[in-house]
Design a protein around this ligand. Structure first.
Ligand code: NAI
Ligand code: MG
Length: 355
């Protein structure tokens, strides 16, 4: 089959890591007789330099006309002095909004091969970990009413946390659907003991759960969830939560995986459309030096195959190849803390292709 992918390499190591991911996709295409058609477009600093704005209209149009989007990373020192609303990172918020990407999936997988790099105790991580945080991405306090006002205590500022039932329902459905493909367990995280918006969240999640009698639902307060992530992460499989809680918990969960260079992510819209990108940024400190770990982006490509295109065998192949390279002892510099055979970005791509 033919699949149209918009590719946004972006800045810094973005182009280096996306290049390797596209090589892997091409290899999968050869093996399974799929054709992946790429259209490269600009966003972030690269777009500012070329067009004056971080998210050209053409980029949005090409993304909308594609089946999925693959993004490297945006931003860098060169643009750090620009005012906030002109910075390259604004392109991400723009794309999320324009493409209706309301569900952010962040798997935190600890590969057995990297268990030494995990800060948790070995008895906690034995056998590896595999958690996915499903974060609501377009609602909540980041998008609610905000402003400044005068109060009895002087100048003040506020941000409103607000969720519509429909926003909670659609993210809960994503989480329960995912649980059905995994271990049939969902933990919903909120702060229903103090927040009205969290009480609505909990009620709607429970309603959705009725349609999934095979899935076990647990509710946790966010403060407890943060603690449990360190104490007993094995209890989690799919975690579903709001925008702000998910932002924080997914970063916390990411640290059990050893390196930010290993973390893929997906942002989904209605109808399986998605944008796939590594969790890390543009890493200007190592850009252009063949040091970047391309695995996060390559694993993001695997997520694209699984979640947008429904190609699980192909996705499994990619994940198995990444594991094989790690099991053979090869490491990009970010994973070298506990030794190993060092490889660069390009060589990592070569080895994954060979595997
Ligand atoms: P960063 O993730 O780019 O880098 C943090 C540290 O991790 C650096 O030491 C970097 O060398 C290392 N690192 C990141 N990815 C790596 C990889 N694949 N392999 C090996 N090492 C890796 O975060 P930082 O430094 O806070 O931000 C740099 C720029 O990226 C900023 O302009 C920031 O705004 C932007 N950014 C963009 C994101 C995106 O496009 N989604 C996300 C986060 C940051
Ligand atoms: Mg964050």
């Amino acid at each position: 089959m033919n699949y149209k992918i918009a590719v946004v390499p972006g800045d810094g190591i973005g182009p280096e890591v996306t290049t390797q991911a596209l090589r892997v996709l091409d290899r999968i295409g050869e093996k399974y007789n799929h054709h992946f058609e790429y259209t490269k477009v600009l966003a972030g600093g690269a777009a500012i330099d070329a067009t004056g704005g971080c998210l050209p209209r053409e980029t949005v149009e090409v993304c909308k006309a594609s089946d999925a989007v693959m993004l490297g990373a945006v931003g860098g020192w060169k643009w750090d002095t620009l005012p906030g609303d002109e910075r390259p990172e604004r392109a991400l918020l723009g794309l999320r909004k324009e493409l209706g990407l309301f569900a952010n999936l962040r798997p935190a997988i600890l590969f057995d091969e990297l268990s030494q790099a995990c800060p948790l105790k070995p008895e906690i991580t034995a056998g590896g970990l595999d958690i996915v945080v499903v974060r609501e991405l377009t609602g909540g306090i980041y998008f609610g009413e905000k402003g400044v006002k005068d109060t009895d205590l002087g100048p003040a500022a506020y941000d409103v946390e607000q969720y519509a039932e429909e926003e909670v329902r659609r993210i809960a459905i994503v989480a329960f659907d995912m649980a059905m493909k995994r271990n049939k367990k969902v933990t919903s995280v909120d702060k229903a003991n103090v927040l009205e918006s969290s009480r609505l969240w909990r009620r709607v999640v429970a309603e959705v759960a009725k349609d999934y009698p095979d899935v076990e639902l647990n509710n946790l307060y966010v403060d407890n969830a943060a603690m449990q992530m360190i104490l007993n992460p094995k209890q989690f499989d799919v975690i579903v939560t709001s925008n702000i809680f998910g932002d924080i918990l997914s970063d916390e969960a990411s640290q059990i995986t050893g390196s930010i260079g290993m973390l893929p992510s997906a942002s989904l819209a209605k109808g399986n459309f998605g944008m796939y990108e590594p969790v890390h940024g543009s890493a200007p400190d190592i850009a252009g030096q063949d040091k970047a770990n391309p695995m996060a982006t390559i694993l993001s490509a695997a997520m694209m195959l699984r979640y947008t295109f429904g190609l699980s065998d192909e996705a499994n192949d990619i994940e198995a190849a990444v594991k094989k390279v790690l099991a053979d002892g090869y490491r990009t510099p970010d994973l070298m803390a506990n030794g190993g055979k060092q490889m660069g970005t390009q060589e990592a791509g070569d080895r994954i292709l060979a595997a």
